[in-house]
Ligand binder design. Structure first.
Ligand code: GTP
Ligand code: MG
Length: 1029
């Protein structure tokens, strides 16, 4: 295919907050340009792209799907995406395959959380956005705004959306400046200039990238429509009118001129901007007259614009239908939107050259030696160039990106091929695994793909320069068939070229979620997609009939492949755990499992809510903390059963900011630690080392910043000397990090004793033992520790003979890993309810004593000892937490609620029950809607949406996003002790368990741990009841 054909392609997606009208809009575009798959009469009501039963039933879109449209001589691939937070991963998959995005905003509801999210997604993927202000009709019919009020509202929305995008721009600008100052690549240089130049707003109606529409009735316009109408009427130029129709511009009737605010002052009493006077007012008149049953305005429109509206429709008794018939012919929605798409959005050639830095970032290669993989590098560079220029010639390398896999029942696949031949679309290859066929949702970025072609499937971590070690990440696959997607329908094609979006059959066994396809091994994989939330709602699933477990496991495997966003894991107790993004998503997954993938009846556990465990303390007052740590009396001491090791543990709470940083950096830390361990094998090229350095530097900076910000807080209350002392202490602490936990990268720290020897002197027992001193591994890796401080084991007493000392040293050395493992185990399962610990620093002092028994079998003894040390460290850490006022930490959702004023009371009722903390409540200007922001504990949130819907008769809606972890202030073991407490809560026999205890017990019960509770409550009452019977 030549460039001229490629320039006639547009790949676009529709993005918006839930219910803002994406699918309704898509309906009209399909009715007009979808080759007759949808009758115009049904447009807006059928919701063609919501073809799943569940989508129709709930009236929300749950997956992104594509349809090929033909507008004039343009091929437009339109992807409709879901707006519900639970399915936001589908937005990522849609955005990756598109070059442009129609961002819809409901004119009544305005900008919402998901609007922010989709704008960010479009920005990250470097899509060209256009703004569509939908549901203009509601401003007239529901809110009954005057044209001037409506204008103010629309202007505010445009302004708000622009502000969001400009925040992203300045973010980028700042990071560019950073990288420039740091002296990195020249690329940034160019882009910096671009950003500086581009100071104007992203969305400007006069530029033609903002449309005002009513998707339900199928009409819409851009400013150019009205500019054209008035150009001839007023004898003004189109350009002048376009400029005048938005913003504070007024029409001076006498002078026949467009003037600013000053120019109109005194001329008319109540001057109205041109947009109000020339656009909104006439619209309002048509609408109001038509709905009042007055046909004259409509007739005027029909005659002025020479519209042909069938009499049948005009004679309809319902004024709404008549109005719709006229409006959709006067300002046809599909024309407005698609001409905007064609004009403002780039074709694949220019889009790919702009998006290349996001799709295939340039690799900085520091190649070892002159000939290291130079052919491979050259070819990979060539492939990148072809992607950049969207080379659609037959001999260009083929590159495609699969953004998700989706399942289609085999019977839905086309039964006839291109030439009418019957296809044998029966379950193959996958050995009759199910009736589902997996198709890849893909975009071709370079070359031409044919059915039957062999390609390499590259995973995201593939590196063409690493040869053999990368075998696992590349597979060879044959493309069985290619299809053009028409919503649910699939049209087989024999080949498809760069710039097109297609479905590919035959990759089901090779790709789990996403992958890069390439005709050569020498190709870098595309960068990973950005997902905005993680699947957090976990449930355990088991078959009702235990014999069906095989079918369930197979079904889960299929579901995992079909849905880009579920996670299937097996818990430590052997349960099959399914993680979904939210309740709606979970419900759909369970339905899919029951009806399509597993086809067995299932039992679903109540949601498994995660908690964390920590100890009380602000964590911010570093000074106090460090004091507490250096005083040696508050430790827990435990000895191994064979008496050879004594472990002392102290615990301290880390400052919150540091905990957060450690948590957020866990992925990076994992990369760093893994990278370093790989490097030890010598299997890594030096270009990774450079990456590693940057990563390490980044993490180190964040940790230092966290501590500095805490110090600033301390500085407010303390004098300089103390702050300085505190700083020294903390930086010394940073040099003593032995390990992080759980699983090596968590937010808990294992510290080694400082080189002074800690509490050795004060310990009578320890005087006979040897202190096992850990290595400050993490400090070293993160570059806090430049030179090795002494890490060997120090002997407290020198009475032993040299031989024995050496033996003891060896044993001590070997036990280090057991100590770290003990710490890992403890931090993975705290003492309250076996949930991971959070934000704690442990100072472990292990002592080893000489073996006085004459053990016959040394190696056996060692095995026993290492196990015992591990358990003892674990027990000591857990005991230390229990002794230091343990607290439960719970996950919190950020929740945005919208409700009409009438239901405010009912909504607060629901919020109150959910232990919610309201942050902000705001009346939306010009409407009777209230927006409330609140934090809701995850543990309480299940059934929240349902309850809200029931209590408010469906008028209130809520969206939840995972926000942060929060400590419950209550002591789960609280028993009234002081006189005052006993007075307030009773003597303990009748005290109600507090919230922390309730939650803790529910987790313990779920995990089968011991729960201390009375089996018989209110025994007397029960007895009386029994007597009555
Ligand atoms: N009054 C009015 N209602 C509209 C308009 N456009 C859409 N709606 C209604 O808004 C509701 C949601 O429409 P959808 O098209 O399903 O919204 P969506 O953005 O696709 O929703 P999700 O895909 O679930 O995020 C439906 O009841 C539509 O009838 C409009 O222009 N005016
Ligand atoms: Mg939809």
């Amino acid at each position: 295919m030549s460039d001229s054909i490629c320039s006639k392609i547009r790949n676009i997606c529709i993005l918006a907050h839930v219910d803002h009208g994406k699918t309704t809009l898509a309906d009209h575009l399909i009715a007009a340009c979808g080759g007759g798959v949808l009758h115009p009469k049904l447009a807006g009501r059928l919701r063609y792209m919501d073809y799943l039963d569940e989508e129709q039933r709930r009236a929300i879109t749950m997956k992104s799907s594509s349809i090929a449209l033909q507008y004039k001589d343009y091929n437009i691939n339109l992807i409709d995406s879901p707006g519900h937070m639970d399915f936001c991963s589908e937005v990522s998959t849609a955005a990756r395959l598109s070059d442009g995005a129609l961002v819809l905003v409901d004119a009544v509801e305005g900008v919402h959380i998901q609007t922010h999210a989709v704008l960010r997604q479009a920005w990250v993927e470097k899509l060209t956005p256009c703004l569509v202000l939908n549901k203009i009709d509601r401003l007239i019919t529901e809110l009954k705004l005057s044209p001037m009020e409506a204008y103010n509202r629309l202007q505010r929305i445009v302004h708000e959306v622009n502000a969001i995008v400009s925040a992203y721009k300045s973010e980028k600008y700042l990071s560019d400046v950073d990288s420039l100052l740091a002296g990195t690549s020249g690329d940034a240089d160019q882009e910096l200039i671009e950003v500086e130049d581009d100071e104007e707003d992203m969305f400007q109606p006069q530029k033609g990238n903002v449309a005002f529409v009513c998707a339900l009735d199928g009409w819409g316009f851009c400013l150019s429509h009205f500019a054209e109408i008035y150009a001839s009427k007023l004898g003004a130029s189109m350009t002048a009118l376009l400029k005048g129709l938005w913003g504070p511009r007024y029409y001076h009737t006498k002078k026949m001129m467009i003037v600013g605010k000053k120019g109109i002052e005194g001329v008319t009493k109540d001057p109205q901007p041109m947009f109000v006077q020339f656009v909104l007012k006439p619209l309002w008149q048509v609408y109001q007259a038509a709905l009042d049953g007055d046909r004259r305005m409509l007739d005027k429109v029909i005659s002025t614009f020479n519209l042909s509206v069938p009499q049948r429709e005009l004679q309809n008794k319902d004024p709404k239908i008549v109005l719709q018939a006229v409006m959709s012919r006067w300002l046809p929605l599909s024309d407005t939107i698609l001409s905007m798409v064609v004009k403002c959005m780039p074709d694949p050639i220019s889009a790919q050259s702009a998006r290349i830095s996001r799709l295939l970032p340039k690799r900085e290669l520091v190649v070892d030696g002159p000939s290291f993989g130079s052919d491979a590098v050259a070819e990979a560079e060539y492939v990148r160039k072809c992607v950049e220029s969207c080379d659609s010639s037959v001999d260009a390398p083929c590159v495609a990106f699969v953004s998700k896999m989706f399942a289609v029942p085999f019977k839905m696949l086309p039964q006839r091929g291109l030439n009418g031949e019957t296809l044998n679309n029966q379950p193959t290859g996958e050995a009759g695994e199910s009736d589902e066929c997996f198709l890849a949702f893909a975009r071709i970025f370079s070359g031409v793909l044919h059915s039957g072609q062999k390609v390499f499937v590259l995973s995201a971590v593939y590196d063409p320069l690493k040869g053999e070690s990368m075998q696992r990440h590349v597979q060879e696959a044959e493309l069985q068939s290619l299809y053009l997607m028409m919503g649910q329908g699939l049209v087989p094609v024999s080949s498809a070229s760069a710039g097109n979006v297609v479905a590919i059959q035959g990759l089901g066994q090779f790709i789990l979620k996403s992958a890069t396809l390439s005709s050569t091994r020498n190709c870098w994989p595309f960068s990973s997609m950005m997902f905005q939330v993680a699947p957090t709602l976990r449930v355990a699933i088991e078959p009702s009939n235990p014999a069906d477990i095989g079918a369930l496991v197979k079904g889960l495997r299929l579901l995992n492949r079909a849905d880009p966003f579920v996670e299937i894991t097996v818990s430590s107790r052997g349960e099959q755990v399914l993680a979904a993004a939210g309740e709606v998503h979970l419900e759909r997954c369970i339905k899919d499992l029951k009806e399509r993938f597993a086809k067995v009846s299932l039992e679903v556990s109540p949601p498994l809510v995660s908690f964390k465990e920590t100890i009380e303390g602000e964590g911010i007052n570093l000074l106090e903390n460090s004091k507490a740590f250096s005083c040696s009396t508050e430790y827990v001491e435990k000895t191994t059963p064979n008496g050879r090791c004594t472990i002392r543990v102290q615990v301290m709470k880390l400052p919150c900011t540091l905990t957060k940083v450690l948590e957020e950096c866990s992925d990076v830390l994992e990369d760093i630690f893994e990278g370093q361990s790989r490097k030890k094998d010598g299997s890594l090229g030096s270009h990774i080392t450079q990456d590693d350095c940057e990563l390490v530097e980044g993490v180190r900076k964040r940790i230092v910043d966290a501590i500095e910000s805490e110090l600033e807080f301390v500085a407010k209350k303390n004098d300089k000397d103390r702050v300085e002392r505190c700083r020294r202490m903390w930086f010394e602490f940073l040099q003593r990090i032995w390990s992080l936990g759980p699983s090596q990268v968590g937010p808990n720290v294992l510290l080694v004793l400082d080189s002074g020897g800690g509490n050795v002197d004060s310990c009578s027992q320890a005087q006979r033992g040897m202190l096992i001193r850990g290595a400050c591994d993490v400090s070293k890796r993160l570059g806090f520790l430049k030179t090795d401080i002494q890490t060997g084991s120090s002997l407290a007493s020198l009475e032993e003979s040299a031989d024995e000392t050496e033996l003891l040293c060896m044993e001590a050395e070997a036990l280090k890993s057991s100590i770290v493992s003990g710490f890992q185990l403890a931090t993975a399962a705290g003492p309250l309810c076996d949930e991971p610990m959070w934000g704690l620093a442990f100072l472990v002092e292990p002592y080893i004593f000489r073996d006085n028994s004459d053990a016959s079998n040394q190696s056996d003894q060692y095995g026993i000892l290492s196990g015992q040390v591990m358990t003892t460290v674990k027990e000591a850490c857990r005991a230390a937490v229990l002794q230091n006022k343990p607290r439960l930490v719970e996950a919190m959702y950020f929740c945005e609620l919208n409700t009409p004023t009438d239901y405010l009371g009912a909504m607060y009722g629901v919020l109150g029950k959910m232990r919610a903390r309201v942050l902000k409540e705001e009346m939306q200007e010009g409407s009777s809607l209230f927006t409330v922001h609140a934090y809701v504990p995850v543990a309480e949130s299940f059934g929240f949406a349902d309850e809200l819907r029931k209590r408010t008769s469906g008028a209130a809606s809520a969206l939840l996003v995972l926000s942060h972890w929060e400590e419950l202030p209550e002591d789960p073991f609280f028993v009234p002790k002081t006189e005052e407490e006993i007075e307030e809560f009773g003597d303990g026999s009748s005290v109600l368990p507090n919230m922390a205890r309730k939650l803790m017990n529910s987790v313990r019960r779920r995990k089968g741990l011991h729960v201390e509770e009375k089996v018989v409550q209110h025994a007397t009452k029960q007895r009386t009841l029994a007597r009555k019977v």
